[in-house]
Write a protein that binds this ligand. Structure first.
Ligand code: G3P
Ligand code: CA
Length: 274
């Protein structure tokens, strides 16, 4: 159960409210989109610009994340937009929620909750891979078990993941895919398996054959982003290993209604990672 930006269906994404709620609802991982400020701080925000989710002084809370200092971002409120967008879910305590640095997230959750970190738009932040690896290392965050690592690094950028792989071989990586036919993803699996531990396809591109092929290449499959119970059950039946969701409570419930793994998946036959 990978809580996509936290329990972001019910609380403002990438805030303590969303992460706390995700953990209460039984998430295995909290998902964090990571970018970097102009003064080198790693921050958790999805969009490259602040305009959708930040409110506050325009000079600090409008425009590109990477153009602002951490001090500027600390003046922004990232909860009020949610109250405005979803009045039926609005809560007074969401107003004035603050943008979090990755350091703050690790301090609050790192010891007790598994982290799923995306290098977001890494081409805009040269060297962000090294910043993330250094912070994880200095914070004592290690992958732990291969079956259930305490941290994953994900990206749409193969180049970004390969940089992470060259810096820290033991960190498990997830190659995200935008919309792409399953057969095309299958063709890329042997290459992906040389550096990654799994794939993150869009839900609509996933079928049982893709899952079996990924498993045969020793890759786990974590589709994104699924908030519908029927879709969750269908995906679980294909044998996926995890699902990104804005509704960790619903996914936990659906997993509880699902039988153990399907037979007929021969699983991993060769580890090609170097
Ligand atoms: O990381 C999986 C999923 O989060 C990718 O989409 O745009 O929500 O980061 P996005
Ligand atoms: Ca993401």
């Amino acid at each position: 159960v990978i809580a996509h930006r936290g329990a972001s269906a019910i609380a403002p994404e990438h805030t303590v409210a969303a992460y706390d709620r995700a953990i209460e609802e039984g998430a295995d991982y909290i998902e964090l989109d990571v970018q970097r400020t102009s003064d080198g701080m790693l921050v958790v925000l999805h969009d490259t610009t602040l305009d959708r989710t930040a409110r506050g002084p325009a000079e600090n809370c409008r425009g590109a994340v990477g153009d602002k200092t951490m001090a500027q971002l600390r003046t922004c409120d990232v909860g009020t937009w949610f109250n405005e967008a979803a009045p039926e879910l609005a809560r007074a305590e969401f107003a004035n929620l603050r943008i979090l640095s990755l350091t703050e997230v690790i301090a609050r959750y790192g010891g007790s909750t598994r982290l799923y970190i995306e290098t977001k738009n890494p081409e805009s932040y040269p060297g962000i891979e090294s910043d993330v690896v250094s912070l994880l290392s200095s914070s004592g965050i290690l992958p732990g078990s291969t079956d259930n690592p305490s941290v994953y690094i994900e990206s749409f950028s193969a180049a970004s993941l390969q940089k992470v792989h060259s810096l820290a071989r033991s960190l498990p990586l997830i190659q995200l895919f935008g919309t792409m036919p399953a057969a095309e993803i299958v063709g890329q699996l042997p290459d992906v398996a040389s550096y990654a531990a799994g794939i993150g396809p869009i839900v609509g591109d996933v079928n049982s054959a893709l899952v079996r092929s990924a498993h045969a290449n020793c890759l786990v499959v974590h589709p994104y982003t699924v908030d519908d119970s029927g879709e969750m059950l269908s995906l679980l039946a294909t044998g996926v290993d995890g699902i990104f969701t804005d509704r960790p409570d619903l996914l936990r419930d659906m997993i509880g209604r699902t039988l153990p793994r399907t037979a007929g998946d021969p699983g991993c036959t060769a580890v090609a990672r170097q």
